[in-house]
Design a protein around this ligand. Structure first.
Ligand SMILES: Cc1ncc(COP(=O)(O)O)c(C=O)c1O
Length: 420
C-alpha cells in the first residue's frame, strides 16, 4: 500500500458476493452498489455503448497469461484465438509472451494484421484453402498442424520453402466424440509420418493432440503424453529421426457458475511433468518442447456481458419471466450466472426464467434475481469472454484502470432494423 492509498478512504467497496472463480479478479461493488470491473462501473459502459454489450477486463487476460506462464515455466503457451478472435487480444497475449493458435483463414488474417510475429503463429490446417496455406508458408508461419492425408498433400504442393509441421494425432482419449474425426488415430500415424517425410519441403517436428473442451481431469493429459511419446519413440525407431515438439492442445475447463469444477493448473503442471519424465525415461527419449493451447482458460473469465431488462412478469409461486435485450440465439444456461449490476440487491429473491427478446429463446431457467427487479435495470453475466454465441454481434469494450475503449463495434442485426 502506498501513502496515497493509506490516507485516502477507500472509495470502492468489497468484493463480497462476486465469486472470483467466475468474475474477473478485480470485480467489486462500488460505494453506490454498482458492479465495477477494471475500475469502471458496468452501468457506465451500458450507458455509453448501449446493451447488449460485452466488457473485457484487460488485467484479467494478462493475469491469466501470467498464471499459465508461471505455472508451466518449461512449456510454451499458445492462445487459441478462436475463443475470442480479436486482433487487439492477439496483440495483448503475444505481448505477454504467448504464441498464437489460429484455425481459420480469418484467424490467420486477424493475427497477421494485428502484427503478430508469424513465427509465433501455430496454424491448424483443417479445412483451409490452398490460398490460405500458401499465404501461411509465404508469410513464414512458424508451425502448421496437419490432420489428414489430404492436408498433407495440399501443403506439400503449395509449399515453396521449408515448412515446419506437426501431425495432429487422436490418441483415443478425446473427451467429446465429434473431435475424433479430426487427426490421425494411433494406427494411422505411421502412414501419416511416412507421407510427410516423403514431402521434401515439409519438416516434421512433432505431434499435436486436442482432447476436447471443458476438461477438468488433468490425468487425461498425462495419458496423452504417455501415448504420444511412445509414438515419437516409434518414429525414431523406424526413421532414425527425433521429433522435438509435443503440442497438447487446449480444453482446460473454466467455472461458469460458482461451485463448477475447473482445471486446477498447478495439478495439471505436476501431472504433465511427471508423465513427461516417466514417458521419456521409459522410451529413452529426449524431453520434447511441450506446448499448451488454452483459449477459454485465457479469456473466459475476463468477459462480462451486460443486458437491459425489457420486461418482468411475475408468475404464481414466486417465479418470474424476465425478457432481456439479447438477440443472440444462445443455449439454455448461457445466462445462468447473471446478477443485477446497477445496484447491490440484498433483499428477497425469486426464481426467474430469462428469455432473449426474440421471446422464444430461453437463455436461463431458475436464475435467482431480486424480487423487485424492474424493466430498465442492468444485468451482468460473468465468464462470457470465450466462445459466445454471436460473439462479434455486441460491441466489445476493453476496461483497464478506470479507462475503457471499444475493441469491436456493434454489428446491426435484423432485430435492430425491425425495431428502427
Ligand atoms: C486445436 C485446438 N486447440 C485449442 C483449442 C482451445 O480449446 P479451449 O478454448 O477449450 O482451451 C481448440 C478449441 O476448439 C482447438 O480446436
Amino acid at each position: 500500500m502506498t501513502l496515497v492509498d493509506f490516507f485516502s478512504p477507500p472509495r470502492l467497496g468489497t468484493a463480497a458476493n462476486l465469486d472470483s472463480a467466475v468474475w474477473p479478479g478485480d470485480a467489486r461493488y462500488d460505494v453506490d452498489g454498482r458492479i465495477v470491473v477494471g475500475d469502471v462501473a458496468l452501468a457506465d459502459i451500458a450507458d455509453t455503448y448501449g446493451t447488449a454489450v460485452r466488457v473485457l477486463d484487460e488485467r484479467e487476460v494478462r493475469q491469466r497469461c501470467r498464471a499459465y506462464r508461471k505455472t508451466f515455466p518449461e512449456f510454451e503457451i499458445g492462445y487459441a484465438a478462436a475463443a475470442l478472435p480479436i486482433g487487439a487480444v492477439a496483440d495483448l497475449v503475444t505481448g505477454e509472451g504467448l504464441a498464437l493458435v489460429v484455425c481459420s483463414s480469418d484467424g490467420l488474417a486477424t493475427a497477421l494484421t494485428a502484427g503478430v510475429d508469424p513465427k509465433r503463429i501455430i496454424l491448424h490446417g483443417t479445412g483451409l484453402s490452398r490460398d490460405t496455406l500458401q499465404a501461411a508458408v509465404t508469410r513464414g508461419v512458424g508451425r502448421i498442424v496437419l490432420g489428414s492425408p489430404a492436408e498433407i498433400d495440399l501443403l506439400a504442393t503449395v509449399a515453396t520453402r521449408p515448412q515446419r509441421v506437426l501431425l495432429r494425432v487422436s490418441p483415443g482419449i478425446e473427451q467429446d466424440l465429434p473431435r475424433q474425426a479430426i487427426g490421425f488415430p494411433l494406427d494411422e500415424v505411421a502412414a501419416a509420418v511416412a507421407r510427410v517425410l516423403g514431402a521434401p519441403l515439409l519438416e516434421l517436428i512433432g505431434f499435436h493432440c486436442h482432447l476436447g473442451s471443458q476438461i477438468y481431469n488433468p490425468d487425461h493429459y498425462g495419458e496423452a503424453i504417455r501415448r504420444l511419446v511412445a509414438e515419437m519413440a516409434q518414429v525414431r525407431r523406424e526413421h532414425d529421426r527425433i521429433l522435438t515438439d509435443l503440442d497438447l492442445g487446449g480444453g482446460h475447463a473454466v467455472a461458469y457458475r460458482s461451485g463448477d469444477a475447473e482445471m486446477n493448473l498447478p495439478e495439471l503442471s505436476a501431472i504433465t511433468e511427471d508423465a513427461l519424465d516417466a514417458a521419456c525415461a521409459r522410451q529413452h527419449f529426449p524431453r520434447p518442447n511441450v506446448a499448451l493451447e488454452p483459449g477459454r482458460g485465457i479469456v473466459a473469465r475476463a468477459g462480462v456481458t451486460l443486458y437491459r431488462v425489457l420486461s418482468v412478469k411475475q408468475n404464481d409461486g414466486g417465479h418470474a419471466s424476465v425478457v432481456i435485450d439479447s438477440a443472440a440465439r444462445g443455449r439454455t444456461g448461457d445466462c445462468a450466472g447473471m446478477v443485477v449490476a446497477n445496484r447491490r440487491a440484498t433483499g428477497p429473491q425469486l426464481s426467474a426464467t430469462v428469455a432473449g427478446r426474440a421471446g422464444d429463446v430461453i437463455l436461463a431457467t431458475d436464475v435467482r434475481l431480486p424480487a423487485d427487479l424492474r424493466a430498465g435495470e442492468l444485468l451482468a453475466v460473468p465468464c462470457t469472454g470465450a466462445y459466445q454465441p454471436g460473439a462479434t454481434r455486441p460491441p466489445v469494450i476493453a476496461v483497464r484502470d478506470g479507462h475503457y475503449t471499444q475493441l469491436v463495434a456493434r454489428e446491426p442485426n435484423l432485430l435492430d432494423r425491425d425495431a428502427s
